[in-house]
Design a protein around this ligand. Structure first.
Ligand SMILES: [Fe+2]
Length: 332
């Protein structure tokens, strides 16, 4: 399949200083020198992952999707064109600005500008976080995920699934229509929500340390940025909160999401949008000014919990055991 990861995101915005303070002091990204009209930020070994450009209109975005190599990029361009999508082979000057070797651009059915690229440049200097964090979980998983609100949900889903090769992780039909899609082991690199208010709802960034998320939560509370309280999602199992950015979308800041394995993963329907716990404000953030249901909205089904998802080097097993736990977990 062609698309492998969400490589970068660009946004239009004139408030560059606000973005610099937010991206470094709150998110922990590293600002790098670019043209006077824009700011760029690193989150790992790549030259840039987030670009804020005041020459783009406020609210304009572009999403950079990574493919394996020049051949994969050509094949993707050919597939899009065969389906009637206008594709632009971007000149070297723009590829240089994106720090990639090859670049095409096109639009999804909702009008979002998408770019596909291969050959991202890696920085010479190691990543230096803007505040004291262990770092962001990226690599083959890409920079995180984006959640888009679209008017024609079926058209968007057909485009991303059928043309770009995204695979469905799970979906929900009521009380909202949404689909979570993956292109690598990250549970979703993209989610689509049917909505009358269009555009980018949030970008998710995943941290290695739960404490870095908690300290980010403290900072966001002190700065009155929290839009959705700390909570845990039942589908990707991420513990996260959402904060307002200097632009008109949110950043979800999280830890401990599960991986999906295409060999065994079966897409399933979610029967509730409710998180295991927390995430107060999430429905309000999607619905806008529409009246939100009382919190908690309804008695929750049982089994609203799952093991924490950890990686090697980031956990210690506790030695204590007790008969109650052994009986609960079926251990002996
Ligand atoms: Fe998310």
């Amino acid at each position: 399949m062609a698309v492998q990861a969400l490589g970068y995101i660009g946004i239009g915005g004139s408030n560059l200083d606000d973005w610099s303070a937010f991206a470094t002091g709150q998110l922990g990204m590293q600002q790098v020198d670019r043209a006077a009209s824009c700011r760029a930020f690193r989150m790992d070994d790549r030259r840039q992952r987030l670009i804020v450009d005041r020459e783009l209109a406020e609210g304009e975005r572009y999403f950079g999707w990574e493919v394996a190599d020049a051949g994969a990029l050509d094949a993707l361009a050919a597939r899009l064109e065969a389906a009637g999508v206008a594709v632009r082979r971007e000149p070297a000057a723009l590829a240089d600005q994106r720090f990639v070797r090859g670049l095409i651009s096109f639009r999804d059915p909702a009008g979002n500008r998408l770019e596909a690229f291969h050959g991202p440049q890696v920085a010479d200097e190691p990543f230096k976080p803007g505040r004291d964090i262990l770092g962001f979980r990226t690599g083959v998983l890409g920079m995180g995920h984006a959640v888009l609100m679209v008017a024609d949900f079926e058209a968007a889903l057909a485009f991303y699934q059928g043309l770009l090769g995204f695979r469905i992780s799970d979906y929900i039909r009521a009380p909202v229509t949404a689909c979570f899609l993956h292109v690598n082991p990250r549970h979703h690199s993209l989610a689509l929500f049917q909505h009358t208010r269009l555009g980018l709802h949030h970008v998710m960034m995943e941290l290695y340390s739960l404490d870095d998320v908690g300290q980010g939560y403290d900072l966001a509370q002190a700065d009155d940025r929290v839009a959705v309280t700390l909570g845990r999602h039942p589908n990707d199992l991420m513990t996260s909160f959402y904060m307002r950015t200097p632009s008109n979308f949110l950043v979800e800041y999280g830890w401990g999401a599960r991986d999906v394995d295409d060999a065994t993963w079966k897409p399933s329907e979610m029967t509730t949008v409710a998180s295991f716990w927390g995430h107060d404000g999430l429905i309000r953030s999607v619905a806008g000014d529409a009246p939100s249901p009382p919190h908690p909205p309804a008695p929750l089904p049982e089994g609203r919990r799952a093991p924490v998802q950890v990686i090697e080097g980031n956990y210690q097993k506790m030695s204590g055991v007790c008969p109650w736990w052994d009986a609960t977990t079926g251990r002996r």
